[in-house]
Design a protein. Structure first.
Length: 143
């Protein structure tokens, strides 16, 4: 099983600020925890602050991966272009968020433009949101 773990803007700064919302793990900690827990899976880990780069990686994943686990970060709430990119590929994409978007105080965070074209959304379990998304691929998706 080959999975792309894709992370959007500012997630490279994880662990440094707002630990009460996003926890104290860095993105590297999260990636190591996935590799440790699922040694049988071939992970590719990518993060970008650029919308265009994320779009190109989604297109590329279609021929190289069995699925995408994607935290679009702030682009969740703004990006029709990322929604269209997810729609354009055949492999399933699961949207993940560290925080529970529906518990957040800013109303704009409760809107996801990308969720409607994903297989599902896991939100609010910190790094385990990524683990729960992996469980979907292990149980439901053929290699
Ligand atoms: O809860 C999530 O995973 C989010 O996707 C994280 C995004 C936020 O814009 C979404 O609404 C929910 C934020 C990404 C990282 O932001 C940081 C802020 C401070 C310190 C480090 C990262």
């Amino acid at each position: 099983m080959k999975l792309l773990i894709l992370n959007g803007p500012n997630l490279n700064l994880l662990g440094e600020r707002e630990p009460e919302i996003y926890g104290t793990d860095t993105l590297i900690d999260i990636n190591y925890s996935l590799e440790d827990t699922y040694p049988e899976i071939e992970f590719t880990f990518l993060q970008s602050n650029s919308e265009g780069e994320l779009i190109n990686w989604i297109h590329q994943a279609d021929s190289e991966q069995n699925g995408i686990i994607f935290n679009p970060a702030a682009y969740t709430h703004t990006s029709v272009a990322l929604r269209d990119a997810i729609s354009s590929v055949k492999i399933p994409c699961v949207e993940v968020h560290l925080s529970n978007l529906f518990k957040r105080t800013e109303p704009f965070r409760q809107i996801s433009l990308t969720a409607g074209v994903c297989k599902g959304v896991v939100s609010g379990f910190g790094k385990f949101s990524y683990h729960l998304a992996v469980e979907y691929f292990l149980r439901e998706v053929e290699e």
